[in-house]
Ligand binder design. Structure first.
Ligand code: ZN
Length: 355
């Protein structure tokens, strides 16, 4: 048996799942559950050594939702109305709650989980089997226009930020979900968004392009001096979803020595974009192959979107990660390549990005 290769997961919504009792059904991060995709026992079973713990602020439940359904599906297409912007005070309160939850998990873990703030700490976690948590915001609603909270959250441990989820912020416009469509779904960064990019570069916070629309992507590509990263996105040529990256975008990521983390969301993998968990592993291998061809072996990683989406039934959860690695091995990937995809590429990009 070959030695397991530690995996850094580019995006997971486990914090949200634990924060919202109705989503996590009261499960505990330290106990093995069948609910959701990731807890510490299942991470260890699957060789998942850590990853980006997303703080995602859901819609404010006290504000009545638009009665018109957001998602419109036909036989061959879907579109989803862009979510409403969040109010800053509400977003700040929820974000603080989720960041505090992560620190409480760290405390309760008694050394089994660590919030990492630099590459040496991350590497040390990989070497010693401590689960590494990278604090990430999926959407910058909790950041104020003066960027004061950015400085404070950075000091607390924020090391990765998506200026938007798929809804507008004061910084940018998220990509609206849709198929078959291009990612060019709206305007680019606002002036404040450009300031945010410069501030993240200065502080050494990684910018995540995964939910930006195409104009926003190009704005960041022009401004940022860090490698371009999409933590959980796939290949537009293989699945024409707005969340996926065109060849031109992939070329820009390669040019910047950045990376793309494969998203396990079945509707961003399948050519028909169906929400069908019976999606074969070969399809994930095809996206990886395409990414490797376009970005080189140094530009590909695993995003997953555990606890945030519908993933292939064959993988099921974090414990199923070795099945994907076996499929890649069977397809000719050697251990040196797999180590790059599983964690070395993240280490390289973070080394170039974090200060
Ligand atoms: Zn996402």
């Amino acid at each position: 048996m070959s030695t397991p290769i530690p995996v850094i997961v580019g995006h997971q919504d486990t914090l949200l799942s634990l924060y919202l009792p109705e989503r996590g059904c009261g499960r505990d991060f330290f106990e093995r559950s069948e609910i959701g995709h990731l807890d510490l026992p299942r991470a260890r079973e699957g060789g998942v050594a850590g990853g980006f713990f997303a703080v995602f602020v859901p819609q404010d439940p006290s504000i009545p939702a638009d009665p018109e359904p957001a998602l419109k599906v036909t036989e061959t297409s879907y579109t989803m109305r862009l979510a409403d912007p969040l109010e800053h005070t509400y977003a700040m309160r929820v974000a603080l709650g989720m960041v505090a939850l992560l620190f409480r998990l760290e405390k309760r873990s008694q050394g089994r989980l660590k919030v990492v703030r630099n590459v040496a700490e991350l590497q040390n976690c990989l070497d010693t089997g401590v689960h590494a948590a990278i604090l990430h915001f999926e959407g910058a609603e909790a950041i104020d226009p003066d960027l004061n909270s950015l400085e404070v959250f950075y000091r607390a441990g924020l090391r990765s930020l998506g200026p938007v989820w798929s809804r507008p912020t004061i910084f940018a416009h998220g990509v609206s979900f849709g198929y078959p469509l291009t990612p060019d779904t709206g305007p680019g960064l606002t002036d404040l968004g450009k300031e945010l990019v410069r501030a993240c570069n200065r502080l050494g916070i990684m910018l995540d392009l995964s939910h930006l629309n195409e104009k926003g992507f190009w704005d960041v590509a022009r401004l940022s001096d860090a490698p371009l990263v999409a933590t959980h996105s796939n290949v537009h040529e293989l699945c024409h979803s707005t969340r996926n990256l065109t060849d031109k975008q992939l070329d820009a990521i390669k040019e910047s020595s950045g990376l793309v983390g494969l998203n396990f969301a079945v509707y961003d993998l399948r050519a028909d974009a169906a929400r069908d968990p019976n999606t074969p592993l070969e399809l994930l291998v095809q996206h990886i192959d395409y990414l490797v061809k376009r970005l080189g072996i140094d530009g590909v990683a695993l995003g997953t979107d555990f606890d945030g989406t519908t993933i292939p039934a064959e993988i099921r959860d974090a414990a199923g990660m070795p099945k994907l690695l076996d499929a890649l091995r069977a397809h000719g990937y050697d251990d040196a390549s797999l180590r790059k995809i599983c964690h070395e590429n993240w280490l390289r990009v973070l080394m170039q990005t974090w200060k």
